[in-house]
Design a binder for this molecule. Structure first.
Ligand code: PMP
Length: 461
């Protein structure tokens, strides 16, 4: 153990000396020292001190098939032996790009038969911004440029993705948002529903879209962009009334609907896409994460026939693309990942087996004195921590402090959960076993008990 601990100290010192982490306050992180993850297998990861931790976040919502799958390594290696890199810009394609595009057309909802590849979810959303504006310009409506998105949405951290997202801390740096993005309310009943029932609130939140369209003018609007379930915003599962009301508002209007499926795609909600879980008929779907289960970075935008018919033909050249669009190795990894999801029937498993099994255990945590609400769809869940149950108000002083305390206990207890404000969120691999689900729920329960004791000690309840 001593030598391992020395290794940890060494990694930490070198990391602190040279590495700037994403979304991190580097001064305090360097003072505390980073966790060093050295290995993964299935739903488990190991740190450099030999601790085994259950990965309740699938990395960053992406390792849908679990860690350490040798089939993916073999697929990458096979492709590497043929050719590791070639571009798809200049009248060129390659077998993994062809096969992956074909597989995605088959697995996605029927209106999608084309895909534009990129390297990440942020790039996918940046692509959406340019693509929807190009679509309307091609149709002779160049004024239709505004994208309506939602407060507390997450669509990436590039200039486009960060602007489309509705997160104030992101907007506070680097001159975001870019012009032409308008944000409306999120369907977050627990936090913002007031006295309304969830159903009433779902309608109310959706109607902000109607109001925004009336104010901005349909002739200026290109698209409405939303995650079927907000992930990074705190696993915000919309009331059942929300998406049907959005559909009603958009019906007959010349506004494209973009469902950001970067988290909700590839089985996470118990269907191939979150759009199917909520009955959303999107025109475009940004995808990433579960597309390759994070084994290699790849993203894309699924393009419906309605948009493809304009893009391919009258649209001419779309002056957009990335060196790594359809990178052969990432495409080969994604293809093998899709094969595994299909062969192991992981989507059915989330819908009919491990999903309902974990949901039952998770929702029971709602009885804990610290939990104001436990919610989960598919394998995507949240626990809202509150000081004075049954009130739904986020009434802890210094929002985020209790969430962070709970998150740190969870890690120490051997389970990765993520804190968003004062909630804990969860998205384990789709391969999670029943036994692992039992461990997960018991560890989450212990984490809540530890957090309650600490919160009491600090006089916060
Ligand atoms: N869209 C959504 C819904 C996401 O959750 C994320 C990442 N968490 C992104 C886009 C951005 O993806 P990336 O980090 O791959 O750029």
């Amino acid at each position: 153990m001593t030598s391992l601990s020395n290794a940890t100290a060494d990694y930490r010192a070198r990391d602190a000396a040279h590495h700037i982490h994403p979304f991190s306050d580097m001064k305090s992180l360097n003072a505390e020292g980073s966790r060093v993850i050295v290995r993964g297998e299935g739903a488990w990861i190991w740190d450099s001190d030999g601790n085994r931790i259950l990965d309740g976040m699938s990395g960053l919502w992406c390792v849908n098939i679990g860690h350490g799958r040798p089939e993916i390594a073999a697929a990458i290696q096979r492709q590497m032996a043929e050719i590791s890199y070639y571009n798809t810009f200049f009248k060129t394609t390659h077998p993994p790009a062809v096969a992956l595009a074909e597989a995605l057309a088959r697995l996605s909802p029927p209106q999608f038969n084309h895909v534009f590849f990129c390297g990440s979810g942020s790039e996918a959303n940046d692509t959406v911004i340019r693509m929807v504006r190009h679509y309307w310009a091609t149709l002779g409506k160049p004024k239709k440029t505004v994208l309506i998105a939602r407060k507390n949405a997450y669509h990436g951290s590039t200039m486009g993705g960060g602007s489309l997202g509705g997160m104030a801390p992101i907007h506070s740096q680097g001159g975001l948002p870019i012009p032409g993005i308008h944000h409306i309310a999120q369907p977050y009943w627990f936090g913002e529903g007031g006295e309304a029932t969830p159903e009433e609130f779902g309608i109310q939140a959706a109607r902000e879209l109607e109001t925004a369209i009336e104010e901005l003018g349909e002739e200026n609007i290109a698209a409405f962009v939303a995650e079927p379930i907000q992930g990074a915003g705190g696993v915000i599962i919309p009331p059942a009334s929300y998406w049907p009301e959005i559909a009603r508002i958009l019906r007959g209007r010349e506004i494209l609907l973009v469902a950001d499926e970067v988290i909700t795609g590839f089985g996470r909600t118990g269907n191939w896409f979150g759009s199917q879980t909520f009955g959303i008929e999107a025109d475009l779907m940004p995808i990433a994460k579960g597309l390759s289960s994070g084994y290699l970075p790849i993203g894309g935008v699924m393009v419906s026939d309605k948009v493809a018919d304009v893009l391919i033909g009258p649209g001419g050249e779309f002056h957009h693309g990335f060196t790594y669009s359809a990178h052969p190795l990432t495409a080969a990894a994604a293809l093998e990942n899709l094969r595994i999801i299909e062969e192991e029937k992981l989507v059915d498993r989330v819908r009919d087996d491990i999903g309902p099994y974990l949901q039952k255990l998770w929702l029971a945590l709602g009885d804990h004195p610290l939990v104001g609400e436990a919610r989960m769809t598919g394998l995507m869940g949240a626990l809202e921590l509150v000081p004075n149950k049954p009130s739904r108000a986020h009434a802890f002083p210094d929002t985020g402090k209790v969430g962070t305390i709970a998150r740190d206990f969870s890690f120490r207890n051997g389970l990765v959960m993520r804190a968003v404000r004062d909630s804990l969120i969860l998205a384990p691999p789709l391969t999670l076993t029943h036994e692992e689900a039992d461990i997960l729920a018991a560890t989450a329960k212990k984490t809540l008990d530890d957090t309650l004791a600490e919160v009491k000690r600090l006089g916060l309840v």
